[in-house]
Design a protein around this ligand. Structure first.
Ligand SMILES: [Zn+2]
Length: 69
């Protein structure tokens, strides 16, 4: 995770476990402190992700446009 202020790397100071996992982070460079949240998302999101990845690897054949002639 990158620092929202200076885009440098951050490290995890403390993790709160639960249904939602909260990580307290601090920037290595500027010392800015913030927290991130990790939560379970639904399966449908994973299906969308797989479809998007498939399209990216095997892009659908493009129709010819006026610029290709
Ligand atoms: Zn920073």
């Amino acid at each position: 995770m990158f620092c929202p202020k200076c885009a440098e790397n951050t490290y995890v100071k403390y993790t709160e476990n639960g249904i939602i996992r909260r990580r307290y982070r601090q920037c290595i460079s500027c010392g800015y402190r913030f927290f991130t949240v990790e939560a379970i998302d639904s399966d449908s999101y994973w299906d969308d992700y797989k479809n998007i990845t498939k399209e990216y690897i095997n892009p659908p054949k493009k129709e010819k446009t006026l610029f290709d002639l």
